[in-house]
Design a protein around this ligand. Structure first.
Ligand code: PLP
Length: 394
């Protein structure tokens, strides 16, 4: 066999695959509306682009940087975390990575031994389970039911806990559901994790994208004991519209950060120097553009939500953060004669030219994910086509 067992078992990212297919059909001349990617449609703010241009033209960005990121970037991450979380970390507790995605990958490589278990609430972001498996760990799925606003309870976590439970992932606001855990819920989960010596992997990447008065509570802020067991995952991709620059970071325990740095030093050397200069400006410069983009997402959500919720057979909880709708389409599929969400999504693409992502990749085969990180005109047209598609099939 040419491929390793690991490579054979790996599921490619369904979101990237759906986006690639939509692009391919578009290039072939079809009028495809793509609601696939978790990628803001705004270009990176001017001040951030300028910082990178300057670093390139002066030659500063020509060279390798330290594997953990330039000292100025690590300091910028410390300052941003102080401003947003009110927490003071040492620069040695911070490592910059090639996107939050590689930060997570390296984190699992750093803490997971063979057969160690990581609890993952379902629905989950597509990469968690695959990355745990790549580290030879075992994902343990816990159902975050729509009836409980897509959140898990301590009782459920306790039922899933074994002697091999090494970590639990909390992604609030969540991709794909947009749910946010309350302070009380997080405190209970944090205390449970501390009591059982379980690492909390807090994927806070959507922390600044919250809407309609809802608030993001970083779990690390809830007690000193919880903070010591928390590994924060964050980055500039979503808040600053910088998905292409590939800068994320991990914050937490010094020894784990050191191990992630060693892994990065052997795997990637460092993240792009020009991107690091851009990220310094993003994190320390004028923050106005973050709020402008947040408001645009909020307006789209408020326009789009009632339209999608009103589609026949759809059950949809209003998201509180991130930029996705995650409707349950079981009723819609039943009405239209579908039993498999992948087929439903495929037909929607080929017949109505609307690209969404199957919920199956998120562990939720009754749902589809629609990203509203695209302009309102496209979104509204997509919902119209979806309505017409359902109408035709019913
Ligand atoms: N975590 C979540 C929940 C995400 O949705 C994403 C991107 O889609 C990431 C992490 C990774 O972000 P990036 O690698 O662009 O920093």
């Amino acid at each position: 066999m040419v491929l390793s067992n690991r490579a054979q078992q790996l599921e490619p990212s369904v979101t990237l695959a759906a986006a690639a297919k939509a692009k391919e059909l578009k290039a072939a001349g079809l009028d495809i509306l793509s609601l696939t990617l978790g990628e803001p449609d705004f270009i990176t703010p001017e001040n951030i682009r300028q910082a990178a241009i300057e670093a390139i033209t002066t030659g500063q960005a020509s060279f390798y940087t330290p594997a953990a990121g330039m000292p100025a970037l690590r300091q910028a991450i410390v300052e941003r975390t102080k401003a947003d979380y009110g927490l003071t970390y040492d620069v040695n507790q911070v490592v910059a990575t090639d996107g939050a995605k590689f930060g997570l990958y390296a984190l699992f490589q750093a803490i997971i031994d063979q057969d160690d278990q990581v609890i993952i609430p379902v629905p989950y972001w597509v990469s968690y389970a695959e990355q745990v498996k790549l580290a030879q760990g075992t994902p343990v799925f816990v159902e975050a039911a729509q009836s409980n606003e897509f959140k898990v309870t301590v009782a459920q976590l306790e039922a899933a806990r074994t002697a091999k439970t090494k970590a639990v992932i909390i992604n609030s606001p969540s991709n794909p559901t947009g749910s946010i855990y309350s302070k009380e819920e997080l405190l209970a989960i944090g205390e449970w994790a501390v009591a059982h010596d379980i690492w909390i992997i807090a994927d806070d990447i959507y922390g600044r994208l919250v809407y309609n008065g809802h608030e993001f509570t970083p779990i690390a802020t809830l007690s000193e004991a919880i903070r010591q067991k928390t590994l924060i995952i964050n980055g500039v991709s979503k808040s600053y519209s910088m998905t292409g620059w590939r800068i994320g970071y991990v914050i937490g325990d010094v020894d784990i950060i050191k191990a992630i740095t060693s892994i990065a030093s052997q795997a990637t050397s460092n993240c792009s120097a020009a991107s690091q200069y851009a990220a310094i400006e993003a994190l320390t410069g004028d923050q106005h553009s973050v709020e402008v983009m947040r408001q645009a997402f909020e307006a789209r959500l408020n326009t789009l939500y009632p339209q999608v919720a009103a589609l026949p057979g759809v059950s949809l909880q209003k998201p509180q953060g991130a930029f996705y709708l995650f409707p349950n389409v079981k009723g819609t599929m039943a009405m239209c004669g579908y039993t498999d969400v992948n087929v439903f999504v495929e037909d929607l693409l080929m017949e109505a030219h609307v690209a969404v992502v199957t919920g199956a990749g998120f562990g939720a085969p009754e749902n589809i994910r629609m990203s509203y990180a695209t302009d309102l005109e496209t979104l509204e047209e997509a919902v119209k086509r979806l309505a017409a598609f359902i109408d035709k099939k019913k």
